[in-house]
Each structure stands twice: as C-alpha cells, then as structure tokens.
Design a protein around this ligand. Sequence first.
Ligand SMILES: CC(C)(COP(=O)(O)OP(=O)(O)OC[C@H]1O[C@@H](n2cnc3c(N)ncnc32)[C@H](O)[C@@H]1OP(=O)(O)O)[C@@H](O)C(=O)NCCC(=O)NCCS
Length: 335
Amino acid sequence: MHIRPLEEADRLAAAAIRVRPDVAPYLGVSAQRRPETCLADLRKGHVLGAFRDGQMVAVAQLRPSSRMRMRHVASVDLYCGAEGIDEAEALAAHLVYICDHWLQLWKLELAADPEAPWLEAAHKAGFELEQTRRSRRWRAGESRDELLLGWVQSGLRIATPTSASPLPPRLPKRPITLRPAVPDDAERFATLHHEDSVLRGTLQTPLRNADTWRGMLGGDQTAASLVAEIDGRLVGSGALFAPGGPAHQTGVIGLSVETASQGCGAGTAIMRELIRIGRDDLGLRRIELEVDAENVGARGLYAKLGFVEEGLRRQGSWRIDGYASAISMAIVYRS
Ligand SMILES: CC(C)(COP(=O)(O)OP(=O)(O)OC[C@H]1O[C@@H](n2cnc3c(N)ncnc32)[C@H](O)[C@@H]1OP(=O)(O)O)[C@@H](O)C(=O)NCCC(=O)NCCS
C-alpha cells in the first residue's frame, strides 16, 4: 500500500471512486453524476490517495476551517469501495499522524452516513462518535441520520468553566416588535455583536465592522434575517440560513441579544418567528443550531422551543481562554 498527496492528473480517478454506485449514496451524491463534475470539490483543501498495486482504492480530503475561532479544526472526507477498507483505515491514521506532527491542527471532524463502509476504519484510527444529527442526510429517497466523529489531539488547552456565559437574568417580559434586518442596521449590528456576552455566545470575533455587516445585510446569504426592537430600539437579531435542495432541507439559526436586554423575551420572539418561517414558509425538514455547552440560558431557551440535544462537539471552537465544546440542538419535522 502506498499513500501520497494526489496530483492534478489523479483527481479524475478520485472523482470516479466518489461516484461509484457502492460509494456515492453514502456521500449524499448521485451515482449518475459524471466524475468530471466532482473535480471542483476535489480541488478544495488537501487530498490524499491510498494506492494498491498502482490503483487508487481510497481517498481522504482534509479541509481546514476558515472560521476564525475554529482555525484548529479541519473537516475530513473519507471514502473507498469495499475493496479499500484497509487503505481507508491507513489513510485516516495517516491524517491523524500528519495533524499530530506536522500541522497546527488540534481536531479532525468527519461527518458520515451511519452505514458508510469506511466508518469502522475511522473508529479504528481514533475518531470517536460525538453527535448523531437526526435526519440530516438524504439517501435513496429518504432522510438519514448523520454521525459526527471527532479526533482530538491530547493536551488541548480546555476553556475553564469560569468563562461560561452568564445566565441571562429573569427580567419582566417586554413587548417585542420584529422586522426584517436592513443594511442601515449595520452600525447597530457592529456594536451589538462586539459585546462580550454576544462574542462569547456566537462564535464571532471582534473583527467584523459595520461595512462587513452592511454587505451581509444587503446580500442574500440568509433565508430570513430579523431584528427585535423594544420601544423602537434594536436589541437583538437572528438569522436563518437554508441552502436549498432535497439533500439540504436543513436550516441553521444564529441569535444574539444585547446584554442589557437579555431575559426580556427578545430571543424567544425572534426564535419563534424564525422557526415558523423555516417550518411553514420553507418546509424545512430540520432546523439546527449549535450552542456553547456552558451557555445554560441559551440551551434552556432552545429546549423550551422544542430543540433536542444531539451530542457534544468536543473543543470545536476557541473561547477566550481555551477550546470550548458545543452542543448541537435540532428540531426535526419529518424524517
Ligand atoms: C441566548 C440569548 C439569545 C437568549 O435571548 P434572551 O432574549 O435573553 O431570551 P428570552 O428573554 O427570550 O428567554 C430567556 C430564556 O432563556 C432560558 N433561561 C434563562 N435563564 C435560565 C436559567 N437560569 N435556566 C434555564 N433556562 C434559562 C429560558 O428558556 C428563558 O425563557 P423563560 O423566561 O420563558 O423561561 C441571549 O441571552 C444572548 O444573546 N446571549 C448572548 C449570545 C448568545 O449566547 N447567543 C446564542 C448563541 S447559540
């Protein structure tokens, strides 16, 4: 067996494995797809192949995260046919070795179909089950669960519990008005999202300025972007992201409320409306979010609205003083 980074000339062979009828369904791609159409995907990140007798039999792709607070994490795609299971295990172990010795990466994450033939290979290389995300994949006309497996390097600096997000106070509820966010909200977004409690809770960094927000609020990245107002003042915001297509009938929600107005009902009002849009207007199968495991207030809010916890993503993001874990929560409307 031989493992090496793929050359440009190898990529078509890797794409051909990807669309094989015994492989494609577990990757959520169509086996009718021409290999050439997968080449753009295979140019992202770093791709390694495992060869037996000169033939490529397993592929692993490493994509370091571009999110500022997740720069220590890379996602891994691993796949092979039934004949390449041993090579897939060697590839997964090789990635772990590379991270351990050559890269400033502390964590590898692999999202997989629970019946993917290469799952056991990842387990043997040290990847552990972290989350079971219900109805997040699409295979053979049905939704399937998705497993998130993680490998975490030992010695990782863990965030201390003392930096946990404080609980929002239990304040009297106030009348909340909702409206769509507009580019003119950009200055207020920049201030609100730089507050300490919001930075801790949302995986943002204090680098996004009003111009960046203006561009985002004027763009079409979100399916819905709302603000909450109390007495005409913008106190919170929330957005629903929903990439289209049957394989992606999943929406993702992000939420922020200014520190001084937390506990007044703004978060609940924004969430209820985003959930309604996702469920009724967009017909989403699943709405999900990720929340810092120590953000007890936010977890309580989401549980109140029907979100169910699906497992712990270990040390997936940097939080001021160390790497913190997050919990995935989701509402599933139909499987
Ligand atoms: C999390 C956040 C969005 C909640 O918004 P909010 O406007 O403060 O929330 P609301 O006032 O609508 O509701 C508070 C809910 O939090 C939960 N909560 C508050 N204190 C709680 C506690 N001690 N234990 C359990 N749940 C608690 C409850 O569900 C409560 O609802 P209830 O008052 O009806 O019981 C807000 O605190 C915030 O922006 N925090 C900083 C950024 C952040 O963490 N974003 C979330 C990222 S996932």
